[in-house]
Design a protein. Structure first.
Length: 189
């Protein structure tokens, strides 16, 4: 198997018309010989986190963060990404300042801190995930269905998720550009 793509973003090619992945950016959380798992980071739902968790937390105040549609696999499962290293359980971040909530305690602590306006806390709650069987993602990459770019915390926690796809495509174009955009001597044209 080729090098792991954990910590990379998959950007859907414009010809990919699968409604689950049309114009999506997927953060790869796991990638190895057993397949791959990721979260769509640019698809907010209309459901507030506090409403989605109301059955789990009795004293959770209302706050405006939305649950994101992480993918078509296990849509009733909730996952969380956050930047609270002290709640990482010693796990390595997916990318710097991006940890996956790996325990009920971490999930609960992040949500409570967010509800009480912890200024330095970044997080996203996802419903479901994206998954690929062994070698399936490699086949889709070879077919040209996805582009890859290194993930950044800025993309994961972007203020406007609707800009993430176009910004990611721009990063792909810049990475594959043959001629620089700015010509040091325009009179040479």
């Amino acid at each position: 198997m080729a090098k792991s793509l954990r910590g990379q973003c998959l950007i859907a090619a414009k010809h990919l018309r699968d409604p689950n992945f049309y114009k999506t950016v997927v953060l790869l959380i796991e990638h190895g010989q057993h397949g791959a798992m990721g979260l769509v980071i640019n698809r907010p739902s209309s459901i507030l986190v506090c409403h989605a968790l109301s059955g789990h937390f009795t004293d959770l105040p209302e706050f405006g963060d939305l649950v994101y549609v992480g993918g078509p696999v296990e849509p009733s499962a909730l996952l969380i990404l956050h930047n609270a290293q002290e709640l990482s359980g010693g796990d390595k971040p997916v990318v710097p300042d991006v940890y996956i909530g790996n325990s009920e305690r971490a999930f609960e602590e992040v949500v409570h801190r967010a509800a009480h306006h912890d200024v330095g806390l970044n997080f996203r709650v996802f419903s479901g995930c994206a998954g690929w069987a062994p070698e399936q993602l490699e086949g889709e990459l070879a077919r040209g269905d996805w582009y890859t770019v290194p993930a950044t915390r800025e993309l994961v926690y972007h203020d406007d998720p609707y800009e993430v796809y176009e910004q990611s495509l721009q990063r792909v174009a810049e990475a594959h550009r043959v001629v620089p955009v700015e010509c040091p001597h325009p009179n040479w044209n």
